[in-house]
Each structure stands twice: as structure tokens, then as C-alpha cells.
Ligand binder design. Structure first.
Ligand code: X8Z
Ligand code: ZN
Length: 613
């Protein structure tokens, strides 16, 4: 999928098969031995590649317009383009079956056939009516989320607040009731999509079964060059590694919240979801002023610096670009700045959730964001450019290899770069003054980062645990919301601030659920980015503690990074990881090493307290 994070992601224009490829009954009628040769498999894949390229730009253009100008009409065009794309995908997967028992197929062709079958987050049902319904529902759910607003009076647009406005209340305001009002406002918006999602999940499952998977969850878990159950076990293993670090953070933060909110806090050890400064309780950065370990010791105030220096959205993007070019990566094309959507248009609905796009596979790359000049958005820009540089690096690969080594790699590129926004780098680029580092400043800085990266870990894992349950039937529609809050409690130690019921659809309040973007990728990325950073810092010849390293300007690290990006999905990710890090498996020791100073400090703080929930 080339447009990360779109409703129809993965339903992209896929090839009808090569002209000489028999299909359907004709193909079945022939004896297997006479049916296909390795050379025909090569020709088939070449045809798939050509066809993909022929249809790609049109389908993505429909998606781009639908996301940047939400109307009935653009939704229709997107759904129709998606339907054609899904149909081509389905046909080429069916056509590829004739090579199943063929010996001697070259490794690159065999891998492309495999990727063809597993690359879609939206597997297509065989029944054309169901396929069309799936494409239309995907578009509808995405548009409903993008256009969603919470209105005090449904007939008066002046009483409405969009997601950005509601999120800002929660980030800036520590008032229990104001935050609850914003939280409830957005979660109420999702209720209207619940029935559509039930049907959508049924159709995804039908598509998955028609493609040869047990259900859509298994299809999603099959994209990792390992058995789908082994992938599940990997995510459990990685969570077990990081859980103690998260628990210490949760316990400490809860203690600070208890000091502030007193008797309003639940007694069961959980944190109510609405007071974390974030709509989904996935990033607690906004709580920093409340939980700062050493209040007297100055930290980095990016919000303030960006405001004082009157940074515009475009200047923020150019700053981020400069980081990548400092590593030796190419400058972004002029069209990137001409065609990206950097701010929320004032007169129409758009999907503001940040995303990165490759419009034509030959350099028309763009991002779509509603940037406001603050720390969080500044970080998100670095994240999105990670996707953009991945696109540019693998653009000369065959189409089916134009993807991350796995989807967690794609998400980890920009996040790795974020780890380099150290006080020293921010000083270098003139954003903040020269802060002297000492042990206290280190703990402060680590807390600031942990509120983003460590707080995220359980959230990153639970979203797809919920969807895998929905898809395998263990979470039936009448338990959607109850199961959601069980997982929130189990993993995050976060609870619903007010009573919820099965009219609510709280999972649907998170973009990636209506947007049909698999989410385990972000959990994996939060582990991988520290492994990448450790390897890049080593390549840069850095010997100090990992949290002090910034590879800004380092061409040796840049070359290592670029080599990984260029490989795309051309080989199993284990190989790519090994070339990059010397390790052939994902491993949380890097994130644990990184946060060792904070972990020690948290343990001290939590002594004598009752942790857990
Ligand atoms: O969706 C995103 C990116 C686009 S791929 C902005 N992220 C996840 C989220 O916002 O929930 C980045 C971190 C997690
Ligand atoms: Zn991303």
C-alpha cells in the first residue's frame, strides 16, 4: 500500500493478469503440469507490475481527493475506484494460483506472488456485490470519521467542535469536567458508525476467507514472513519485555494524578481515560508539567520555542526535511510543497489524521496534515517524512516490493529520526538555548520522551488485539464495547471515565478502526525504532549513552539507513533487520537500555506505593 493510512489502503489498482494468462475455468481444466512454467510466472508478475503501474495513479488520486475534500461525490469516486482496484486484486490473486505447484520459479518472482496475496488490509470477497459494498463502506467510514464533529446544537454549526478543537481542550486543560466534556463529545460521534463497522468486519472476513485465510485477523498477521500464530506470540513476547517499564510509569503518573484530582480518582489503580491529555490516552506528553521529575531544572520547551520564533507549518516541514538531507538523503521535489496539504482548509471537511502519500511512484510524494505549530505536530512531521523517504528510496523496486520490510518498519523510520531531536540538536538548529546537561536534566528529558513512547506501548498492542477478536468471533458485536474496555484496563490500566454501553463504539473513535489501518505496526515500530537508533549511532561512531546520541549530519549513519530503505520489501524483514542491526529478530532490550536512567528513578519514586490495577 502506497498511501499509508487510507480507508482503501491496499485496495489499490492491482493487475489484471498478463495477456497470456488463462483464467477461471479454462485454467482449471488444464492439467497442472502443462499449465505453467517458471518463465510464465516471470511474465505473469511482469504483467501484474505493468498493470499496477497503469492503474495506480488514478486510484490514489481518487483517494487523495476524497480525503482532502470530503463530499458525497468524492466518496463515490473513491469507492468506485476502490471497487475496480479490489476486483483487479482479486483476479490477479486467482490467476496466480496456477503457479502454486510449479517448481523452479525464481526467488524474486515467488516472493512477488506471495506479496501479491498478502498485501491487502482489505481482502476482497469473490461476490461482486459484496466487494462493492465493502469498498463503499470503507469509504463511508473514513469520511464519517474525517467529517466528524461534536455539536451542542445539531442545527447550529457554531456550536460544533472538530477533533482538533476537542483534542486541544484535553491537551491544554487539566480541568476534569472540561476534559470529560471533550472526551465524551468525540466518543459520541463514533456511535453512528457502529452498525456500519459490524457489517464492514463481516465483509472483511468474507474477503479473507475467499482469499484463503481463516479470517481477516489471520490475513493481517500473515504479512510478517512468519506463521501468523508465531507473529501473535512475538507481540506477546515483546510486551512481556516492556511491561515492567510501562507499569512503573503508569504507577508514578497515577500518583501525580491522585495528588491533583484526589477523591475523584478511581480506587482500582486505573487512570480515567479523559485526564491523560490525549483523546485516546495513547500519548501522555501533555501531562509533562504535572509529572516533571525536577520542576526547577529546565527542559526543552518546543511549544514555546516554535511560538516565539513564529514557525509556520511549511517552515516546520523544511526543518524536518533538513534532518533527512543532512544524512545524505535527497531534497524533496518542489511538487511536494506545491501539492501537499499542510493546514486544515477553512471551508471544507478533510481527513486531518496525518498521512504520507506516493501519488505516482515516480516522485509525486505528498503529506496530508492539519499542522498547528506545536511540539506534537513537529514530531509528527518527522514521522511522516520517514514514510516519504521510504517511498523515494524504494521507488525503483518492482511495484510489489515497494513497501516496508514489514509495516512496522515503515512506521519506525520517522520515529527513529524523532529520537535524534535531542537538546543538542535543537540547540544546533537554533530552536532552543544551550541547556547544560546533568543527571536531573536527563531524567526530565527521559520522562518527556517516555510519556510519548512508553505510554504508547500497551495502546499500540491492544487495538489489534481487539480487532483480531472481532474478526475471529471471540468478540461478538454485542460485546464490542465491553471487550474494548476490558483490553484498555488489562493493558493500559486505563478505565472509562463514565459508564459505557453497547450503543457506544469507543474503538471507532480512533482513526485507524474506521480507517481500516492495521495497528500492530505501531507497537512493533515502538520496539524497532530503538534497535534502529542503536545501530545507527554505532555506525556514526557514537560511544556514549544511547539517549544522548543524535545522528544529525552523519553521512555514515545516513548511508546505513538509506540502504535499508532501498531494499523495501524485496527480502524477508529478518534479513533486512540483520543487515541494519546485526540482529535477526525484534528485541526490546534497546528501548529498555535507552530508558534505564528513568527506570531507576521511577523505581525509587514508587517505593512504598501500591502499584498495579
Ligand atoms: O497514525 C499515526 C501517524 C500516521 S501513520 C500519524 N500514528 C499512530 C497514531 O496516531 O495513532 C503515529 C503513532 C501512532
Ligand atoms: Zn505513520
Amino acid at each position: 500500500m502506497k498511501n499509508l493510512l487510507l480507508p482503501l489502503a491496499g485496495a489499490l489498482a492491482l493487475a489484471a493478469c498478463a495477456a497470456n494468462t488463462p483464467r477461471g475455468d479454462a485454467a482449471k481444466a488444464e492439467p497442472a503440469a502443462a499449465r505453467a512454467t517458471p518463465a510464465e510466472a516471470d511474465a505473469f508478475i511482469a504483467g501484474v507490475d505493468r498493470d499496477y503501474r497503469n492503474h495506480y495513479a488514478e486510484e490514489v488520486a481518487a483517494q487523495w481527493v476524497a480525503a482532502t475534500y470530503i463530499t458525497q461525490d468524492t466518496g463515490l469516486l473513491e469507492a468506485k475506484a476502490g471497487e475496480r482496484g479490489l476486483t483487479r486484486l482479486k483476479e490477479s490473486i486467482e490467476a496466480s494460483r496456477r503457479f502454486d505447484a510449479v517448481a523452479g520459479i525464481s526467488a524474486p518472482t515467488a516472493r512477488q506472488i506471495e506479496l501479491l496475496r498478502r498485501q491487502s488490509a482489505m481482502p476482497a470477497p469473490k461476490d461482486p456485490a459484496h466487494l462493492a459494498e465493502l469498498a463503499a463502506l470503507g469509504s463511508k467510514l473514513g469520511a464519517a470519521y474525517g467529517a466528524g464533529k461534536s455539536c451542542r446544537d445539531a442545527n447550529d454549526p457554531d456550536t460544533c467542535r472538530n477533533l482538533n478543537e476537542l483534542s486541544e481542550v484535553m491537551a491544554k486543560n487539566r480541568d476534569w469536567n472540561a476534559d470529560l466534556d471533550a472526551w465524551k463529545g468525540w466518543h459520541d460521534v463514533a456511535r453512528a458508525s457502529r452498525a456500519d463497522y459490524v457489517r464492514f468486519a463481516e465483509l472483511l472476513n468474507e474477503g479473507a476467507r475467499d482469499t484463503g485465510f481463516v479470517d481477516a485477523g489471520q490475513a493481517w498477521r500473515s504479512g510478517y514472513d512468519m506463521d501468523s500464530e508465531a507473529l501473535r506470540a512475538e507481540t506477546d513476547r515483546l510486551w512481556t519485555q516492556v511491561e515492567p517499564l510501562y507499569s512503573d510509569l503508569q504507577c508514578y503518573v497515577r500518583g501525580r494524578l491522585e495528588k491533583k484530582y484526589g477523591a475523584r480518582m478511581p480506587k482500582d489503580g486505573t487512570i480515567p481515560a479523559h485526564i491523560t491529555g490525549n483523546m485516546w490516552a495513547q500519548d501522555w506528553s501533555a501531562l509533562y508539567p504535572l509529572v516533571q521529575p525536577y520542576p526547577g531544572v529546565a527542559g526543552v520547551d518546543l511549544d514555546g520555542a516554535l511560538a516565539r520564533q513564529k514557525y509556520t507549518p511549511e517552515r516546520m516541514v523544511r526543518r524536518a526535511e533538513d534532518f533527512y538531507t543532512s544524512l545524505g538523503m535527497p531534497a524533496l521535489p518542489a511538487s511536494f510543497y506545491e501539492r501537499s496539504m499542510l493546514v486544515r482548509p477553512r471551508d471544507r471537511d478533510v481527513v486531518c489524521h496525518a498521512s504520507a502519500w506516493d501519488l505516482d511512484l515516480t516522485g509525486d510524494v505528498r503529506i496530508k496534515m492539519c499542522i498547528v505549530p506545536n511540539d506534537e505536530e513537529f514530531q509528527t512531521i518527522y514521522h511522516e517524512l520517514g514514510h516519504i523517504y521510504y517511498f523515494l528510496a524504494y521507488n525503483d523496486q518492482p511495484f510489489l516490493f515497494q513497501n516496508g520490510a514489514h509495516d512496522g518498519f515503515h512506521e519506525a523510520i520517522g520515529d527513529t529520526v524523532q529520537l535524534n531531536l535531542t537538546p543538542a540538536y535543537l540547540h544546533d538548529i537554533g530552536l532552543v538555548g544551550n541547556a547544560r546537561s546533568n543527571d536531573k536534566a536527563v531524567v526530565n528529558a527521559q520522562m518527556q520522551l517516555a510519556l510519548a513512547k512508553v505510554a504508547f506501548l500497551p495502546f499500540g498492542k491492544l487495538i489489534d488485539e481487539w480487532r483480531w477478536g472481532v474478526f475471529d468471533g471471540s468478540i461478538a458485536p454485542d460485546r464490542y464495547n465491553a471487550a474494548w474496555w476490558e483490553l484498555r484496563r488489562k493493558y493500559q490500566g486505563v478505565s472509562a471515565p463514565i459508564a459505557r454501553d453497547e450503543q457506544d463504539f469507543d474503538a471507532g473513535a480512533k482513526y485507524h478502526v474506521p480507517g481500516n489501518t492495521p495497528y500492530m505496526r505501531y507497537f512493533l515500530a515502538h520496539i524497532l525504532q530503538f534497535q534502529f537508533q542503536r545501530a545507527l549511532c554505532k555506525a556514526a561512531g557514537f560511544n556514549g549513552p544511547l539517549h544522548e546520541c543524535s545522528i544529525y549530519g552523519n553521512k555514515a549513519a545516513g548511508e546505513k539507513f538509506w540502504t535499508m530503505l532501498k531494499a523495501g520489501a524485496s527480502q524477508p524483514w529478518q534479513q533486512t533487520l540483520e543487515q541494519m542491526t546485526g540482529e535477526d529478530h525484534m528485541d526490546a532490550s534497546a528501548i529498555l537500555d535507552y530508558f534505564a536512567p528513568l527506570k531507576g528513578w521511577l523505581e525509587e519514586q514508587n517505593k512504598g506505593r501500591t502499584c498495579g490495577w
